[in-house]
Design a protein around this ligand. Structure first.
Ligand SMILES: Cc1cc2nc3c(=O)[nH]c(=O)nc-3n(C[C@H](O)[C@H](O)[C@H](O)COP(=O)(O)OP(=O)(O)OC[C@H]3O[C@@H](n4cnc5c(N)ncnc54)[C@H](O)[C@@H]3O)c2cc1C
Length: 236
């Protein structure tokens, strides 16, 4: 496993509870859009589950920095992350993960809940930078408007990239609020917005319970297992 160091260059608030952290690396690393890495605050106990945790890259590999994004809690890991100041140095291990985007994928779909959006940002930013013709449907579920991380960036990419169609789903919005779709990602919504779901490479990122529910739905809709790439955000 490769270890490397980065220096914090910027912190960006994405919502009231979600924050991004950008690092300049001493030496450029190669990763693929969709991968993750381990942040190491405790170098003596590398296996520490409290201070060393996995986060996905939330930036394209083509950038000259790396970014990670965390839904901050009261955990020791979140406290350590929040305390970082520009100029501080942090150790990483990685990159890791097989749920990656390949330039050859023509049609893809994302079934995403909350903070599972982070690797999607890495993938869509990469596609936008390379001006690929990828046909993308993003089903992105949150509780309410204030919880939608990267809303501005996603809306901008949707304007620039003809093939990007984003469906925002809010579980706590009022049915009369027609800016969003009220409810949860279910079979009815998938059949309406992903009519060709069986022909798409599908990415599912999020907490284990959500990932299992999405995989079951895709299975029920006749999607082939080898077209599904699922990453469990263990720890939620
Ligand atoms: C591949 C991968 C990618 C991820 N990407 C992101 C990301 O981009 N952004 C992000 O915010 N999070 C991501 N996560 C989750 C992240 O690693 C943390 O687990 C999560 O953010 C909770 O951390 P915390 O310190 O705030 O939670 P805590 O408050 O410490 O824990 C929240 C709950 O989860 C339980 N828990 C914590 N760790 C584990 C564990 N290892 N196994 C089982 N239960 C556990 C705790 O007991 C508690 O109930 C990813 C996880 C994986 C595996």
């Amino acid at each position: 496993m490769k270890s490397f160091y980065g220096v914090l260059s910027e912190k960006i608030a994405r919502t009231s509870t979600v924050e991004s952290f950008r690092f300049k690396l001493e030496e450029k690393i190669n990763f693929e859009p969709g991968q993750f890495l381990k942040l190491i605050f405790d170098q003596k106990v590398i296996d520490s589950k409290t201070l060393n945790k996995y986060l996905s890259f939330s930036s394209s590999p083509l950038n000259d920095y790396i970014e990670v994004t965390k839904r901050l809690s009261d955990s020791d890991f979140s406290i350590a992350l929040r305390a970082l100041k520009p100029g501080d140095k942090l150790m990483f291990q990685g990159p890791m993960g097989n749920c990656v985007f390949k330039d050859s994928y023509e049609k893809i779909g994302f079934l995403i809940g909350g903070i599972g959006i982070t690797p999607v940002i890495s993938i869509i930013e990469y596609i936008a930078q390379k001006k690929l013709n990828t046909d993308i449907v993003l089903m992105y579920s949150n509780r309410h408007h204030g919880e939608i991380a990267f809303r501005q960036e996603l809306d901008n990419w949707q304007k620039e990239h003809k093939g990007l169609n984003i469906v925002y789903i809010l579980t706590d919005c009022l049915p009369k609020d027609n800016i969003c779709i009220h409810g949860q990602i279910d079979k009815v919504l998938l059949q309406k917005h992903l009519t060709d779901i069986q022909q798409r490479k599908l990415f599912i990122f999020g907490p284990p319970v959500m990932v299992e529910a999405m995989k079951k739905m895709c299975d029920d809709l006749g999607c082939a297992k080898d077209l599904i790439l699922a990453e469990n955000f263990v720890g939620y």
